[in-house]
Design a protein around this ligand. Sequence first.
Ligand code: B4P
Length: 184
Amino acid sequence: MRAIILGGPGSGKGTQSERLSNHLKIPVISTGDVLRNAIASKNFLGTKAKPYLEKGDLVPDELMIQFMRMRLLQPDVSEGWMLEGYPRTAFQAEELSFVLDDFKQRLDWAIYLELDEAVMVERSLARSRDDDQIEIVQRRIRRFKERTIPILEYYEPRQKLLRINANQTREQVEAEIIQKLGAS
Ligand code: B4P
């Protein structure tokens, strides 16, 4: 299976991708984790990405696309994957479809975790990661609305989009995803 998980800040992309990975036995690539690890190890990607994460902005498409092209060639994801936090822009979505065409693969599902804005703020602030300060969270929400929401229009007509109510508990969100994956 090949799926992507979309959602605003604190919508539970990391939480649900980990649960689904265990349930469905498929590897997860989390761009948020990749970037935070790269920053911690001060490598090329981390040095370039750091100022964007600190402000709550998206890392430039060129950098993310280059990274993902190489990552998707690795043997651990040759049989399937779940992309958590990627794509996040229309350009990344389009580029992902080119990569899939090149590999003669297809995307099975785009899972969208729909969350009220007030809950995005509440959950992010409760977590206290470096980029979980109020001004940064608000900027991340703005970027999500400007850059990521338009992707939904890209996937919806292709009938791959599963809309999930992410305001529920972790268990209820997971159950709704599994039920919709099975029922669809
Ligand atoms: P992410 O790491 O993707 O950050 P996120 O959106 O805040 O996290 P997520 O939705 O995974 O929330 P989580 O499960 O942790 O991105 C961080 C930054 O990286 C971005 O701002 C950007 O700069 C950069 N970036 C990443 N990908 C990029 C890309 N493709 N292009 C450009 N830039 C990119 O949940 C949050 C909290 O809520 C946790 O504490 C969790 O325990 C809790 N929670 C989860 N589900 C819950 C539930 N149902 N009920 C109650 N609490 C819940």
